[in-house]
Ligand binder design. Structure first.
Ligand SMILES: [Zn+2]
Length: 155
């Protein structure tokens, strides 16, 4: 029986295809699974184009019932250059969302998962987090980057 880790590992592989076109957005991967079968996969496209979740959802032509989304990063909760992925997953009736990492971006940072929970979507977080973090961490919002750039900048 395939585990959460198996599918998250595949989402991680997908996410590696996002570079370098996705930058400065983090390279995220998503696989959509039904009855332990992958029905679609996607990754972050160029800024202003599909995020990983939307990229995968766009490939599904059949009804979206009984789907679990495996996403390497928490779906975005805010409308930036593209609509919010959390809203899109809810709109499409996703049943379950499994994420590896929370998005440290202060515009998101737990809000995406909260939104999904409040809409009745089952949420699992922290799956395969260590491996995903090794690849993804350097591309994520760095909370302390302002402090670092101020260090020793005036003599
Ligand atoms: Zn998004």
């Amino acid at each position: 029986m395939a585990s959460h880790e198996t599918f998250m590992a595949l989402a991680l592989l997908e996410s590696q295809k996002a570079l370098p076109a996705c930058l400065p957005n983090p390279p995220v991967g998503c696989v959509l699974v039904r009855n332990e079968q992958i029905v679609a996969s996607g990754y972050t496209r160029a800024p202003g184009e599909y995020h990983a979740e939307a990229d995968a959802l766009a490939k599904i032509l059949e009804p979206m019932t009984g789907l679990t989304a495996y996403v390497t990063l928490e779906p975005c909760s805010f409308h930036g250059r593209t609509p919010s992925c959390a809203d899109e997953l809810i709109k499409q009736g996703i049943e379950k969302v499994v994420v590896a990492l929370l998005d440290p971006d202060p515009r998101n940072n737990g809000r995406g998962l909260k939104k999904l929970c409040q809409a009745g979507v089952e949420v699992v977080q922290g799956v395969y987090a260590e491996k995903v973090s090794e690849f993804l961490e350097t591309y994520l919002y760095q909370a302390d980057s302002d402090l670092k750039s101020n260090d020793g900048s005036h003599e």
